[in-house]
Design a protein around this ligand. Structure first.
Ligand code: NDP
Length: 315
């Protein structure tokens, strides 16, 4: 049978490029989990994805009710779940003031981390039930959360500190909207959320890989300088960023190439190792990359897991 893969944020950028590769490959049915149904449907059509190989189900990661609703709707469809890709993200680098999710969490960490945390915890049961030969849970990471790289050292750097802001609920009222308890900084909040994504993937691996056989993985697909992720940045940045990445850092990758890379992590029969953070070298060959000290801190991963469970109502 075809594999069933859920991809969050498949209405643009990396998610859409990945959906396109898998849906046209023919052996996948892609469930596009998107907050804008019409945009997703149009994007799929424009990409030429064969109708029988994709479906759209509504999901707004900035609302935990919506996450639960998505899980119910997905279960009602009767499709087994073979691979889950947590890809959606928001990046608010120029925001002066924090904005919040439906439950009152700062929007970038609330969407990128907490929404995906609840989604993947709930869908773990569905993955367990699937009889697919290689079941996977993939959380898209980023180099920007990796302070052991050049790009990860551009200020403001990611830093979760002792997680006091997160423990306080990230609501900007009786706690800071930042995980480390500091002053709001949109660019840092995004980087922090990506560190959470990578810590969560490893904690999943430690807790569930042996018991379930599920492959847990993260990746840095390269710098896809033209996606909608930078839509909230100043115009000058959006003009200069792609050539800067192409010619100076040489980290630039097209949406199409990045989509191929993520599709590889979904379906390549050789990429079954769990607990791995994949990256690609200049010849587009995948390799197991090292994570920064903070992004591989086991104690922090456990603490993040426990606090996140409380915030999303699982504990
Ligand atoms: P895009 O902005 O193009 O795509 C992000 C997707 O997330 C969109 O489909 C967007 O939906 C969706 N999304 C945002 N908020 C929500 C929400 N509340 N509920 C559901 N979906 C939501 O950016 P990219 O393709 O660049 O980003 C994809 C992933 O790649 C992210 O995890 C990002 O961190 C990662 N990444 C990107 C890099 C880059 O250079 N671009 C580098 C490294 C990692 P909508 O279409 O409705 O806006």
């Amino acid at each position: 049978r075809k594999g069933n893969v859920v991809i969050t944020g498949a209405s643009s950028g990396l998610g859409l490029a990945t959906a396109k590769v898998l849906a046209t490959q023919g052996d996948w049915h892609v469930i596009m989990a998107c907050r804008d149904f019409l945009k997703a449907e149009r994007a799929a059509k424009r990409s030429g994805m064969p109708k029988e190989n994709y479906s759209v189900i509504h999901l707004d990661l900035a609302s935990l009710d919506s996450v639960r609703q998505f899980v119910d709707n997905f279960r009602r469809s009767g499709w087994p779940l073979d691979v889950l890709v947590c890809n959606a993200a928001v990046y608010l680098p120029t925001a002066k003031e924090p904005t919040f999710t439906a439950e009152g969490f700062e929007l970038s960490v609330g969407t990128n981390h907490l929404g995906h945390f609840l989604l993947s915890r709930l869908l773990l049961d569905d993955l367990k039930k699937s009889d697919y030969p290689s079941k996977r849970l993939i959380i898209v990471g980023s180099i920007t959360g990796n302070t052991n790289t050049l790009a990860g050292n551009i200020p403001p750097k990611a830093n979760l500190g002792d997680l006091r802001g997160l423990a306080g609920g990230l609501n900007g009222v009786n706690s800071s909207p930042m995980i480390d308890g500091g002053k709001f900084d949109g660019a840092k909040a995004y980087k922090d959320s990506k560190v959470c994504n990578m810590l969560t993937m490893q904690e999943f691996h430690r807790r569930f890989h042996e018991e379930t056989g599920i492959t847990f993985a993260s990746l840095y697909p390269g710098c896809i300088a033209e996606t909608g992720l930078f839509r909230n940045h100043i115009p000058l940045f959006r003009t200069l960023f792609p050539p800067f990445q192409k010619y100076i850092t040489k980290g630039y990758v097209s949406e199409e190439e990045a989509g191929k890379r993520l599709a590889e992590v979904v379906s390549d029969p050789t990429l079954t190792k769990s607990g791995v953070y994949w990256s690609w070298n200049k010849n587009s060959k995948s390799f197991e990359n090292q994570l920064s000290k903070e992004a591989s801190d086991e104690e922090k991963a456990r603490k993040l897991w426990e606090i996140s469970e409380k915030l999303v109502g699982l504990a």
